[in-house]
Design a protein around this ligand. Structure first.
Ligand code: AMP
Length: 248
């Protein structure tokens, strides 16, 4: 079985984003970029399935600028077998990514497409669901546990207040949640080996997909600054304060 793992190059999760002065978006100039954390979890899960003998090949895919090659090399260093960069400098929305992934899936015929539940830059949480709809295949989103059972995949999903188990006939789409696993770091020898692995470069036009934007961002603003707190002497003083504020 083959697993496709789409990985997005996003602003690093440790970086505090700055909003551009004109409110048109987040300033990405000179900002550290990394693989979307949920996609690292997807790569890790695919590698674990391969190590368990449940998968034969892992193909990492990224849609983005030439620099997204670095993200793909990271996936290859972790353990993916080969990579496809669909190169574009456009800001690509989830629907266009899903259409590109569908075209690649038609060529590659994977048993699973394992995506992150969301990209931490746009927080869309849409691509996996759109891909499942376009491909008319079952989806197991917010995966906490993934288990292959013959020609099915059993996904325990994180839902409000618990876990829901779904059994999907493959080919299927899975999106990863935070607690699925802890991704490994790529070792130095594997980083070196990754440089020799195959990385194909394509364009959205190769897959017949038009990446023109369908959405308009009207404004991006910083969250309101939090009011400073106040220290009180003891519990009595706290209760007095709360009464004064009408919350006790
Ligand atoms: P989103 O719907 O934008 O929150 O993204 C959900 C998931 O779709 C991500 O975690 C990735 O696995 C995948 N994805 C989204 N955009 C891209 C992209 N440009 N390249 C590769 N994968 C992507």
């Amino acid at each position: 079985m083959k697993i496709l793992v789409p990985v997005k190059r996003v602003i690093d999760y440790n970086v505090k984003p700055r909003v551009k002065a004109d409110g048109s978006g987040v300033d990405l100039a000179n900002v550290k970029m990394s693989m979307n954390p949920f996609d690292e979890i997807a790569v890790e899960e695919a590698i674990r399935l391969k190590e368990a003998g449940k998968a034969e090949e892992i193909v990492a895919i990224s849609v983005g600028p030439a620099k997204a090659q670095e993200t793909l090399r990271t996936a290859l260093a972790m353990g993916a077998d080969r990579a496809i960069l669909v190169e574009t400098d456009d800001e690509v929305e989830p629907l266009a990514v899903a259409k590109i992934l569908k075209a690649i899936a038609e060529e590659e015929q994977p048993g699973l497409v394992m995506l992150g539940k969301q990209a931490i830059d746009d927080d869309s949480n849409q691509t996996g669901q759109m891909l499942a709809a376009l491909m008319q295949r079952p989806q197991g989103t917010f995966a906490n546990t993934v288990e292959i059972d013959g020609d099915s995949v059993i996904v325990k999903r994180e839902i409000d207040g618990g876990l829901e188990t779904v059994k999907l006939t493959m080919p299927a789409i899975v999106t990863t949640d935070l607690r699925l696993n802890e991704p490994r770091y790529a070792s130095l020898p594997n980083i070196m080996k990754a440089k020799k692995k195959s990385l194909d470069v394509k364009t959205p036009a190769d897959y017949g997909v038009d990446t023109a934007k369908r959405l308009t961002t009207t404004n991006v603003a910083e969250p309101p600054v939090r009011q400073a707190g106040e220290k009180v002497e003891d519990v009595d003083a706290l209760v007095m304060k709360m009464k004064a504020l009408g919350i006790a």
